[in-house]
Design a binder for this molecule. Sequence first.
Ligand code: GUN
Ligand code: ZN
Length: 414
Amino acid sequence: MIIAGTLLLPDTDSERPGVRLAQGWLRTEGGRIVEVHEGGLPASFDLGGDGHLISPGFIDTHMHLPQFDLIGAHGMSLLDWLDQVTFPNEARWADPDYALTMTERVIDQLLSVGTTSFVGYATVHHEATKRALDCCARRGLRAVVGQVLIDQEAPDSMLRDADECIAETELLLNDWPSHPEQRTPGNRVSTAVTPRFAITCSEGLLKAAGDLAKKHDAYIQTHLAEMLPELEAVAKLHGGPDYTSVYHRAGLLSPRTLLGHCIYLSDNERRLIAETSSVAAHCPTANSFLRSGTMNREQLSGAGITLSLGSDIGGGYERSMVRVARSMIEATLHAQCLAPSASESWWQATAGNADALGWPGTGRIQENAEADLVVIQPDIRWQTAHNPLGMVMFAWDDRWVNATVVNGEVAYSQ
Ligand code: GUN
Ligand code: ZN
């Protein structure tokens, strides 16, 4: 397949990684980008054309599949929102058929906004998580989906026996390993060890989760330091010296660990996260929607922490990673730190997130990279703007997504 237009190519010359715009075309074959050419458009092509922007597919590093049905429950803070809105909705995934049809629907939504990869939470339900994993593999996405681990401080519908849900996660790890060489060729889906957060996990469950992740060198996803009352509850339940140490003691901090939010951290906690090469997933739309606070990106990256970006749907309210990236720029204003440019922000939502996940061949337009692409057709005068990509980003309209290519196949088109 040949795709032509203004390509968003890796900008490796600038001090901070970003993307640069160049007229040209690319050719895909067998799920890979096999040729990239800068210059004029070819005489014939399959997708794109003059006035089209060709981007790597977007990557969402923190979201909750069952929460797409509760986006927009405004006016509550995190712990009330979990109790009153989130847990009752997630209880529906006790029905695996419901989980499957919902995952199909969520994937349709993701593709329509150009998201081709994600790392997400399912629920405490094993069968439902299996269906979600199967569905992602069938639809060709690159995805990491985990069965949520909870054994305390939650309604009965969410409570699970620790040994049982660890054993279930191990079954998933056998079928959906994190390492590509352990997966069948072409399968781009893995599971993650997913303790929801320290409040809803006993010390024993956290430790078992840490041991299991270590045994399988698996992805780990959890939430950390999202709001102040959460910190107080964690201190009461797990003791000191701080929230991050609770995960560290359990062996849950590793280069494959994604820590959602990371708003309220001490110097010691930032040091622990940096030393273990864990990743802090910035979720700016959720942080503002649930009024949790503002992550200070500069402080975290200054401490040597790798950052990623996530929609955190449904605490976050934007499906589109362009909108989330825009919100990331806005959030730097509130944290009084240096705002990333449009180019850096676009990089974060694509190659930057891929790098944080250890996927060097995803999220970028270059030869041999995976053919996950978005064809965008803005209906504004972006090409002659002072900052074309900045204009595309801030004038963004989801309807501009003309086609989404997943693993070399058109998975969505208007
Ligand atoms: N902390 C624990 N669970 C959740 C969740 O589902 N969403 C958010 N934003 N924070 C959490
Ligand atoms: Zn979350």
